[in-house]
Design a protein around this ligand. Structure first.
Ligand code: ATP
Ligand code: FE
Length: 354
């Protein structure tokens, strides 16, 4: 089976071809980012993103097909992100996919963007169900027990900011470049994590929910105190602030992951595993902490390569393939959804950003 995947829910226009025989193989994966288009505005501008997707998606699909050396006649279906995300972008992708499906007669499958992330360890490593997924990115932070291609149980997550967002805001507050994660990580590696101790909200509360907005506020206050005392920030101040921030962030993720594993292990999975996805999974301190927690609990730890952790269309093609194999299909009525929780039984997410 061979699928085309299309992704346009945020600021990456992407198309990919994935083939599944006994195992999945990525034949091509094209990602066109838009960071340069939004840089001067300090965030993704929905109107600009929507227009860029509309202009670029055709080209992404053409390139993905050419790089894979595949024609429409060799495809078995078209998968497209139908949400959640910025509605203009999602619509661009859904309209294109509908047009292609109508023109070729191929089956159309709408995919939840978060399902794409959550199923990625199956695309890369064929991970068996059920596994625990920590999705930790610029827009999301949640623990999911994944027990089927369409079966996700959310057992906790952020009640306000996502960790990537907190890294980005921290970078902004300290005058470091965007995206903030890599910049803050680099500074933190040179800093003293014990000089500033930041709060770790919700650690005193049971469960797997997290909160990161207080961390950001504490960082702002501490920064201003240092500036008031010395008239500015030295290199060392900046490094120590980053180190303190990252240590608090890692501390929260570590403890909450320990608790999420307990909930997951109650079901006695045959091959217990924790997989991560999302850009923050690129952070070495985060990774190392999660690896340790897993090692102590005798749980396999899996982090897909970064280009598959962040937004891409290979994960959408793959999720579409899994849905197709379950007999799930969509048609010309497929709608684009700005909000679409993976776990339909979960309460609506508060302030989940995008
Ligand atoms: P989503 O996919 O949830 O809609 P997104 O597209 O913003 O959100 P990703 O592309 O998965 O998310 O990840 C980008 C985020 O990851 C940014 O916030 C970035 O700062 C963060 N990030 C990237 N590298 C690192 C790192 N080394 N340490 C911490 N954070 C990082
Ligand atoms: Fe994403």
């Amino acid at each position: 089976l061979t699928f085309l995947g299309i992704e346009s829910s945020c600021d990456d226009s992407a198309a990919a071809i994935v083939r599944m025989n006994d195992r999945a193989e990525i034949l091509s994966s094209v990602v066109e980012g838009q960071v340069n288009l939004h840089a001067e505005f300090g965030g993704v501008v929905p109107e600009i993103a929507a227009r860029a997707h509309a202009e670029r998606l055709d080209g992404c699909v053409e390139r993905a097909m050419a790089e894979a050396g595949v024609s429409f006649a060799e495809l078995d279906g078209i998968a497209v992100t139908a949400g959640p995300g910025l509605i203009g972008g999602v619509l661009s992708g859904v309209m294109l996919a509908k047009g292609l499906a109508a023109g070729t007669g191929l089956p159309l499958i709408g995919v939840n963007h978060l399902a794409g992330h959550a199923l990625t360890p199956r695309l890369t490593d064929g991970l068996p169900f059920p596994y625990l997924m920590l999705l930790v990115s610029g827009g999301h932070c949640q623990f999911l027990i994944v027990s089927g291609p369409d079966s996700f149980r959310r057992i906790g997550g952020t009640i306000d900011d996502a960790p990537g967002e907190a890294f980005d805001k921290t970078a902004k507050l300290l005058g470091l470049p965007q995206p903030g994660g890599p910049a803050v990580e680099a500074e933190a590696a040179l800093g003293n994590p014990a000089r500033f101790v930041f709060p770790r909200p919700l650690l005193d509360k049971p469960g797997c929910d997290m909160s990161f907005s207080g961390l950001k506020t504490a960082l702002l206050r501490t920064r201003d105190t240092v500036i008031a005392e010395k008239g500015g920030l030295t290199k060392a101040d900046r490094r120590d602030l980053c180190a303190g921030f990252q240590t608090a962030m890692v501390g929260v993720l570590e403890e909450k992951t320990r608790r999420a594993l307990e909930v997951y292990l109650e079901a006695s999975p045959a091959v217990p595993a924790l997989a991560v996805a999302g850009g923050v999974a690129a952070n070495t301190a985060v990774r190392t902490a999660l690896e340790d927690v897993c090692a102590k609990a005798s749980v396999r730890f899996l982090a897909p390569p970064l280009r598959l952790c962040t937004d891409n269309a290979a994960m959408i093609a793959y999720a579409g393939l899994e849905r197709f194999q379950m007999g799930l299909r969509d048609d010309a009525n497929l709608s684009a959804r700005p909000r679409w929780p993976l776990d339909q039984t979960a309460p609506a997410m508060i302030g989940s950003g995008k």
